[in-house]
Design a protein around this ligand. Structure first.
Ligand code: AMP
Ligand code: ZN
Length: 115
């Protein structure tokens, strides 16, 4: 997707602070962190929202969840815990239309959904 900011990050056209990368998945630090650890985990395949996930993406989605486990261990928050958020559609406030999972950690999460 030419005008997608996360596709540009994947292609290296926009810089990012990468924490994990393989042939199908990229994880990088959120530019506007809401917690001491705020990492975005994305598929390299452009999928705009959760509602666009197809049957053929099942393996990829599973792989993303395994990657989140790996990152949580590497960031030393597997035991202390973390919050995983995926916004979908207008009411969620999704700003970037390339599916992404927010991994938030490093502090006690409040009762509010994101902060
Ligand atoms: P959402 O509101 O769920 O679409 O979240 C989009 C997230 O992308 C926000 O938390 C932004 O801070 C983050 N973001 C936007 N542009 C960049 C960028 N160039 N590098 C890292 N994170 C970004
Ligand atoms: Zn994209």
């Amino acid at each position: 997707m030419d005008d997608c900011i996360f596709c540009k990050i994947i292609k290296g056209e926009i810089p990012s602070e990468k924490v994990y990368e393989d042939d199908e998945i990229l994880a990088f630090k959120d530019i506007n962190p809401a917690a001491p650890i705020h990492i975005l985990v994305i598929p390299k395949k452009h999928i705009s929202t959760l509602m666009e996930i197809n049957d053929e993406d099942m393996h990829l989605m599973g792989k993303i969840m395994k990657t989140i486990q790996k990152i949580a261990k590497e960031q030393n928050v597997a035991e202390s815990g973390f919050r995983l958020i995926a916004n979908c559609g207008p009411d969620s406030g999704q700003e970037v239309m390339h599916i992404h999972f927010h991994l938030l950690a490093g502090r006690k999460m409040g009762p509010k959904i994101i902060s």
